[in-house]
Design a protein around this ligand. Sequence first.
Ligand code: PLP
Length: 450
Amino acid sequence: MKHTESNPLFYQTNAHIPIVSHAKGIYIWDESGKKYLDGSSGAIICNIGHANQSVIAAIKQQAESTFFTYRTQFENAPAVRLAQRLVEHTSPRLERVFYVSGGSEAVESAIKLCRSYYRARKQEGKHIFISRSPSYHGSTLGALALTSYAPLEIPYRPLLKASPKIPAPYCYRCHYGKTYPSCDLACAHALEQEIIEQGADNVAGFIAEPIGGASTGALVPPDDYFSVIRDICDRHDVLLIFDEVMTGFGRTGKLFAYEHWQVVPDIMALSKGMASGYYPLGAVVTSGKIVDSVLSAGGFPHGYTYAGNPMACAVGLAVFDEIINNQLSANAETMGCHLKSGLRNLADKYEIIGEVRGQGLLTAIELVQNKPNRTPFGPELTAGSMLTEIAFSKGLIIYPRRSINGLKGDHVLIAPPIIISKTQVFDLLTILDESLEEITQVLKKNGSIA
Ligand code: PLP
């Protein structure tokens, strides 16, 4: 019998996982009837929670009308309306929308748009994109080339265009061994040095997650970081691209994370919370100046078959209305404060929590073997995955990754749907507390901690 006959499906590994039965609000049930609190919104995507009735109604209504038409043959009302809504709710500088179906596609589109803009302006040399280390921008080859997360990019390096990276503002383990603010934001000024080294005539864009996602564990930059970055980009005629795939749509307590500092990017990549898991959807939002330059110089030779289809956009519109009408960004801000203060209490209680990070409902704890020295756990221990498995067994879903370029520095992301209530935040913290207690006992027993 073929190994795959019972279940031929495969993703990253052969891991055995339960089969879902149904999901509602912030909860998911498996086929055995076990209930899970979705403390990571899947992969930080289901911002508005599961089984939202308004979205389901919008899907039914759209299904009765038109599921799919192709974007070069028909315009569709949900696509236009959603683009209008996005533009209404972003900076006046962000006035045009280009649809895609996911985060990697959004990043690919952002960099190709940026490149097309400089070609349109006859600055053919501008083709280099600078990004940060660590970072995550997607799994397709262009987005992966801008990513710095060793386990994901090392296997494919021969296929990737080498792209310069500057250190992310990871203050807990500063690349320069400095402390904020006496560091004078060396990590931001590194962008200018890199542009000069590459030659400003060759550099097209700088891309960053405004608040770090999986690769850095909800890394929040110092307040003045992005204004320095914006100034450097402007002075060297380099476009600033914000990858808001994870941070967008209320996740960090604002509709978009750039609002925390009012530093507006030239191009913004969006997905995840945009359709909150109800349908594949993403977008690039940018300025009229960039789009007009590209289109008047012959067009933007780029696109995906599913882009801007009526169903995807009807879903996006219903999700957007839910976020705006129910003030879910504000809820993320308030609940994020409760969550973070609970996580800080857990950090006081457990020696294995080195740092609590995050903004709104994008939060993380970094696990350490030795708190005073900030010593990470050895990678072979897989402490983050261990904590995730313990939490899962107790009915809480969290999301493990590593902050030291994916190699060590275990952290877990805690990012529940932004509809979560205060009581539910406390439920989440209770299960996390029990899980931390259990992992602490395990680590003591096997001699990993004193
Ligand atoms: N950019 C960021 C910041 C992300 O977090 C992700 C996914 O986690 C992506 C891009 C890629 O998105 P997708 O997996 O939808 O292609």
